[in-house]
Design a protein around this ligand. Structure first.
Ligand code: SF4
Ligand code: SF4
Length: 165
C-alpha cells in the first residue's frame, strides 16, 4: 500500500495517462482521475469527498499500472472514498452492497448460472462462506456502524429485515 495520498499526488505532472486508461472515464465521460488529482493538488479535498463523482471509480487499477510517476490514482481514490465514508458521504448503493456482504458474505451470491459457468471454466465449486466471521469482522472494524442508515447499524437493519419476513 503506497503512503498517504498527499505525498503521492506531488509526483503528478498531469500527463493524463490515467484518464486515457480509465474505463470509467471512457464510459461516463464525466469521471476523470487526472482532474481529481489536479483538484487535490489545489487543496480541494473537501470538495472531492462531498462529490459523488469519486464513486464512479471501479477500482480496476488500470491507472495505477500505467502512471509513469507511480502516483497510484486508484489508491488516492480509495483514500478519498474512505474519507468520504467517514463523513457519512456515500451513495445508497454502497450501503446496499455492504448489507449484502453482511448478510451473505459475498457481493454476488452464487446462483445456478454462475455455478454452471464455473464448471464450464474448470473452476472449483463456490466456497462456503462463513457469514458469522464476516459479520464479526464488520462489527469489530466498525464498518457496521459507519454504514448505518437512518441511524441503524447493518446488524440492526438485518434484524429488521428478518422480522419483516
Ligand atoms: S498518469 Fe500519473 S502523472 Fe499522469 S496525470 Fe495521471 S496521476 Fe498524474
Ligand atoms: S482504478 Fe478507478 S480511476 Fe483508476 S482506471 Fe480504474 S476506474 Fe479509473
Amino acid at each position: 500500500m503506497p503512503e498517504n495520498y498527499e505525498e503521492l499526488i506531488k509526483r503528478c505532472y498531469q500527463c493524463g495517462t490515467c484518464t486515457g486508461a480509465c474505463p470509467s472515464a471512457k464510459i461516463t465521460g464525466t469521471f476523470n482521475p487526472r482532474k481529481i488529482i489536479a483538484y487535490m493538488l489545489l487543496g480541494s479535498k473537501n470538495k472531492m469527498i462531498s462529490d459523488d463523482v469519486i464513486w464512479l471509480c471501479v477500482a480496476c487499477h488500470a491507472c495505477a499500472e500505467r502512471c509513469p510517476e507511480l502516483v497510484y490514482p486508484s489508491e488516492v481514490l480509495f483514500q478519498l472514498k474512505n474519507a468520504a465514508t467517514a463523513e457519512g458521504n456515500f451513495p445508497a448503493a454502497v450501503k446496499d452492497e455492504a448489507l449484502q456482504v453482511y448478510n451473505t458474505g459475498t457481493t454476488v451470491e452464487p446462483s445456478a448460472p454462475i455455478e454452471r459457468r464455473r464448471i464450464k471454466l474448470g473452476l472449483p465449486e463456490f466456497p462456503v462462506v462463513n457469514v458469522d466471521e464476516i459479520q464479526k469482522i464488520m462489527e469489530v472494524t466498525g464498518i457496521d456502524k459507519k454504514l448505518e442508515f437512518n441511524g441503524k447499524t447493518l446488524k440492526e437493519q438485518k434484524n429488521e429485515e428478518e422480522e419483516k419476513q
